[in-house]
Design a protein around this ligand. Sequence first.
Ligand code: PMP
Length: 365
Amino acid sequence: PVADTLEQALAAIRPAVRQGKPYLVGTPPEAPIKLNQNESPWDLPEALKRELLEAFFALPFNRYPAEHPERLRRALAEYLDWTPEGVIVGNGSNELVFTVGLAVIDEGTPVVLPRPMFSLYEMIVRLHCGRLHAVAPRPDLHFDVEGLLEAMRRHRPALVVLTTPNNPTGLAMAPEDVEAVVAAAPGLVLIDEAYVEFADGVGARPLLDRYPHVLLLRTFSKAFGLAGLRLGYLVGHPDVVRELYKARIPFMVDRLAETVALTLLRHLDLVRERVAEIKAGVQWLYRELAALPGVEPIPSQANFVIFRTPLEPDVLLARLAKDGILIRNMSGYSELRGYVRMNAGRAEENRAFMVALKKALAGHE
Ligand code: PMP
């Protein structure tokens, strides 16, 4: 009977998986102004898209892509002034988080994560039954560097993850703090720089030259505006990267995504122009939010801002949704109860958001 084999099918799934929760943003309602997923507000310019369609035409869809997208690997190595053997391209940086998890975390492997942090990392540790040592933030929500150093001394983690600028707070670590953690780490340090292009300074790239136990993780989803294509890359010492390749899913990057990324790397001016506009948008939003009584934004180095208001997040989200605006409730993070997060949109979207927010705070529906 069907019911018996259903039982056996479910019993075959590892407890760590069955006890977990899927990573879901939730299917948001269609909204004209979508500011809830830290995406870019702009698609590629039409002329560039047409050029890409031509390029797609020449691709053999019946053939597997290269096992590793060599041309993209080389282009990224050039972009980062690094060696191609030290670059892995993945199906979104999320996929590469799974690769690192598979390569590093066994049952009981100690992993140190500062909080609050992009929740996928905690999920990976749990899926592999690693030993998670979370370090609470300082009262200002910055990572607690002293706490991290202490946790590393105490637990000797195989892996420490830093996200800077951090999602969900938008706060960046000071370079000397990043280096202090790196210098003291007894295993690998993965530095997730998904938002680095929006931040001041050059990020952690210089550390690669001096610390072979550092891995940098970056993405095409944010500053490059390619969230829909799924492309991320991991950069590290070639000997470390060679080992990580053994945990890779083969053929993970398709020909279309590789072609688009290569094209965009030849149009870095466009990327930089858009980054500058988004940064200006974030600064404008921060100033406008800070000027509203009872509204507390956190200064951000990313393409988004978190803030709280006197309203419950769900009430605020519902009021904004009536005006066609979608933002995100951050209360799922225990440190961020009452906070919401929005990414900068186009200038007119940001203005519409502020109008709707003022209306929502005034209690009009
Ligand atoms: N890292 C961080 C810190 C993020 O915020 C995100 C996006 N939510 C990712 C990685 C994943 O990006 P992607 O898989 O689109 O490259």
